[in-house]
Design a protein. Structure first.
Length: 500
């Protein structure tokens, strides 16, 4: 019997010996790529270089160098049943005993456009959140609002997002309905409420309501975007979410960049532009990103889902690690300009373009997200998240010393490092949350964790604001170390399985 191999072989394959041996990896067939999810053998597995080939009209799978192979009776979307094997006549070796095992895989390769479209759509739609911050001052002046109105308008979108994530999680919206359609609907509604700001008849209460509603529908964009990515990239999810969160980070720093270079756009043109971008992002998502191959929709409404998910120890560890990370993250971002101004006041010889450096310190985090995603594939998601959180915690503790550094270059370099460490773990925590949640409630899990995490940011930002008025401004960032400390403790309590 002559064996004819196909164009490619099984790649990146390894075997973990256990009660049920597992083979995971990636395989290519006739130049097309397929996700090789999981191969389970009931009997002892053979270590070696596994391959897929064809014998006459049948597909076979085996280990190179050994003379035993399994015959694949069915090839198509779904399970593969391997019910027989044959031995090469050249050598009577029975290294693989007869076994029944299944291969779960997606015969339709994931188009290369999927991840870029998710990232672009996420950036376009979250512009409703971030670009709006750059024109809040103009809106206050346009409508003759009090000085404290700016803080209220900024907080309204946060409260709207928290309320939205709570409702979406309670109703399991992202798990019961098509995530791409949820994303599109929320993008369109968010764009409408954002554009409504330009109406001349607005009053302070209506402006607060519009910002709240914009934030509410952002709850169907940011966490749902991560859910969509998780439905496509079960393997390599950390890398995929690294690109996704990286786009979010760029959006966070974008208003600072606009301030540094100036803008000829009026505040109304800015709002119309961001609303148009959001509508475009939603349209791209619903048109080119259908439901992912790993999506398992919830069959019914389960009001207890958002509470039951915390019963999983590994999920709880990842979630509480994320909460510690969020205590530090947004407070640090909010106070980056104040950190720079404090340093400039203490060192008058240092000439700093505060808006530009604020953008650089925040924006460099996008590179850290992508880098962290790649590192997670080599060293493990939990390990890289732990190291990143540890580093940012150390920088919190060292923050009083930063202000005593006379060289602005060293000071800025350390702030850039802090800007990377503070966010590099964010997509990794989301990856751990998604991986440790049941597929039927993955969207609910991501949404409720976002809800609690963003609620925590309000308290840490308010604490820093209070400390700034009452204490030495060089010491107040020590309080941020509490978040990484609690997050690290949560990761350690979750066990060391993911550190391996």
């Amino acid at each position: 019997m002559e064996e004819k191999e196909l164009q490619s072989t099984l790649r990146h394959c390894w075997i973990v010996t256990s009660v049920e041996s597992h083979i995971q990896g990636f395989w290519e067939l006739e130049t097309e790529s397929f996700d090789f999810q999981e191969l389970k053998l009931e009997k002892d597995a053979v270590e070696g270089d596994w391959f897929l080939s064809k014998l006459n009209t049948q597909f076979i799978i085996g280990v190179k160098g050994n003379e035993s192979y399994y015959t694949i009776n069915k090839i198509g979307k779904g399970d593969l049943n391997l019910t027989s094997y044959y031995k090469s006549p050249q050598k009577e070796v029975g290294l693989i005993k007869l076994a029944t095992f299944s291969l779960s895989y997606n015969m339709n390769p994931i188009p290369k456009r999927i991840l870029p479209i998710i990232v672009i759509s996420q950036f376009c739609c979250t512009s409703l959140w971030f670009a709006g911050n750059g024109v809040m001052g103009d809106i206050v002046r346009e409508f003759g609002l009090a000085e404290n109105a700016l803080a209220h308008l900024t907080s309204s979108v946060q409260f709207g997002f928290i309320s939205g994530t709570l409702v979406f999680a309670f109703l399991s919206i992202a798990d019961r309905f098509s995530p791409s359609k949820v994303f599109f609907t929320c993008a369109l509604l968010g764009a409408i409420f954002n554009a409504a700001f330009v109406w001349k008849g607005n009053t302070f209460p209506t402006l607060l309501l519009l910002r709240f509603l914009t934030g509410f529908f952002l709850a169907g964009i940011y966490p749902v975007g991560m859910k969509i990515a998780a439905d496509y990239y079960e393997k390599g999810l950390g890398k995929s979410l690294g690109f996704l969160v990286g786009a979010l980070v760029i959006g966070t720093g974008f208003p600072h960049l606009l301030t540094s270079v100036g803008s000829s756009f009026s505040w109304t043109a800015t709002l119309f532009s961001t609303s148009s971008l959001a509508a475009l992002g939603g349209l791209l998502m619903v048109s080119f990103v259908p439901d992912g191959p790993h999506r398992k929709p919830a069959q019914s409404l389960d009001f207890s889902a958002m509470f039951n998910i915390f019963g999983n120890k590994e999920f709880r560890s990842a979630a509480f690690g994320y909460f510690g990370h969020m205590w530090e993250l947004y407070a640090f971002w909010a106070f980056v300009p104040i950190i720079l101004q404090t340093y400039a006041n203490l060192h008058p010889q240092a000439t700093l373009n505060i808006p530009l450096w604020s953008f650089a310190i925040i924006g460099i985090g996008s590179l850290a997200c992508v880098l962290g995603g790649y590192l997670s594939e080599a060293f493990g998601t939990k390990r890289v998240a732990f190291i990143s959180l540890l580093l940012s915690g150390i920088l919190c503790l060292a923050s009083p010393l930063l202000f005593s550094i006379t060289s602005p270059f060293i000071f800025l370099a350390l702030l850039l490092l802090w800007g990377m460490a503070v966010i590099a773990d964010s997509p990794l925590f989301s990856t751990l949350v998604a991986q440790n949640a049941s597929p039927q409630i993955k969207g609910t899990a991501l949404t409720i964790v976002n809800c609690i995490g963003f609620s925590i940011t309000i308290f840490s930002i308010q604490l820093l604001s209070y400390l700034l008025q009452s204490f030495n401004p060089t010491l107040i960032y020590l309080s941020l170390a509490a978040g990484p400390a609690l997050g690290l403790a949560a990761l350690l309590r979750g066990g060391n399985q993911s550190f391996k």
